[in-house]
Structure formats: C-alpha cells, structure tokens
Design a protein around this ligand. Structure first.
Ligand code: FE
Length: 218
C-alpha cells in the first residue's frame, strides 16, 4: 500500500479519489433506497448479516487480500463439481466449512470458483482418483459450503486443506486453510495465522468452520 501510494502519479491519485467518491455515493444511494435490508434478508446466517453490515460501513476501503500459498505436490486438474467431498464410506470427523468469497472492496463475488483438495483422515491424498477433491461455485451472495472431513496429518506439515479460488475473470488464488490449536502450527514453515479457520465443535462430534476469502476480481 505504501509502495503504491509513493509510486502513484498525481493523476492516478486523482482517479483513485474519484473512484472512492463514487463508491461512497453509491453506498449512500443503496441505504437511502432501502435496498440494503432486503439484500441482508437474503443472507442466511446471522453472523453473515453482521459482517455484511460492517462491510457496508467500510465501502471504499480496501479489504486485505487472502494470502496466497504454495500449491504443493498433490493438486489435480479436472476435479468433479461437488460441494460435499464425503461419501457414506468416508472415515473421519465430519467438517462443514462455510463462508463467502469477497472482492477487495468487500462486495460478495457470485459464481466464484473454489477447488478444494485435501488428505484423508489418515493423512493420505488420493492421487489416482478424486477422493476428497471437488470444485464448486459461490451462490448469488458469494456464499460457499464445503462438506468434508478433518484432514489427517502427514509428515512435515501441520493440518491443512488446499484450495484454489477464482472470481469470474480474475486471477487464481492458490492457498491453504489451517486449524486452530494444532501443535504443528508453530513448526510448519508454510503455516500462516491469517489462514486459520474459525472452528466450532458440535455435541454430535462433528465440526463447523467459517472462512471468508478476499480475492482480486480483475
Ligand atoms: Fe497438503
């Protein structure tokens, strides 16, 4: 950010201010027209509503882009389209991850591609087939849901889920998601605390987690 501002020419700064001005004006118009509550009413989870409200107050301010990470050796193209990676025979702790894909200005990104892949509960990747691999697209409010199992540990890494995220027409973000409270988080050379899932354990032994991605859209 500092670099960008220092290297900006005067005219580019003017353009940036114009864009910010338009953004704030548009936000005001939305609120004045009473459109915001109707949009919020379509969002399902209460925490998503709170977040959308907070984002409304910061329109025009840049969100922090989700950090990119190495792809690792086990990505495969052409994963099946599915939001549930588990089958009746999948072993492990059922994990449901939900969240949104957002643009840098906080706007939800509809129809964004998310391609997940991960190790099974014993720490093994399926490199011959597509077990625990799948891609999906965000809905009209930028929401996604991943139904999977908590990945197992394998040598040299802490617990993680791989993902590629791409807004329509945007570049592909390759990154990884992590779990809180893992002993190996402190020794894993790739681990990034900004990529830790917000997890919740349920009384039935399953787990829920949330994570929002912020990506470039062009
Ligand atoms: Fe991995």
């Amino acid at each position: 950010m500092t670099h960008a501002l220092k290297s900006d020419t005067g005219s580019r700064n003017v353009k940036k201010l114009v864009r910010l001005g338009l953004g704030v004006a548009a936000a005001g118009a939305i609120v004045a027209a009473g459109l915001a509550p109707r949009v919020l009413a379509q969002s399902v989870p209460a925490d998503a509503i709170a977040q959308t409200t907070a984002l409304t107050t910061t329109i025009g301010q840049t969100q922090t882009l989700t950090v990119s990470q190495t792809e690792g050796p086990y990505f495969k193209t052409n994963s099946p389209e599915r939001s549930a990676l588990v089958t009746d025979s999948t072993q492990g702790t059922l994990l449901t991850v939900t969240g949104q894909v957002l643009a840098a200005d906080g706007t939800p990104v509809a129809n964004a591609l998310l391609d997940f892949w991960q190790a099974d509960a014993s720490g093994a990747y399926d490199n011959s087939g597509y077990t625990l691999r799948g891609h999906q697209y965000t809905d009209e409010n930028g929401n996604y849901t991943l139904t999977t199992v908590v990945p197992g540990l394998y040598p040299g890494r802490t617990r993680h889920i791989h993902v590629k995220v791409q807004a329509p027409g945007g570049p592909t973000l390759t990154t990884q998601l992590y779990f809180p409270g893992e002993a190996r988080n402190s020794t894993d050379g790739i681990f990034d605390p900004s990529l830790v899932l917000n997890t919740q354990s349920n009384t039935d032994g399953t787990e829920n987690a949330t994570f929002n991605f912020v990506v470039q859209t062009a």
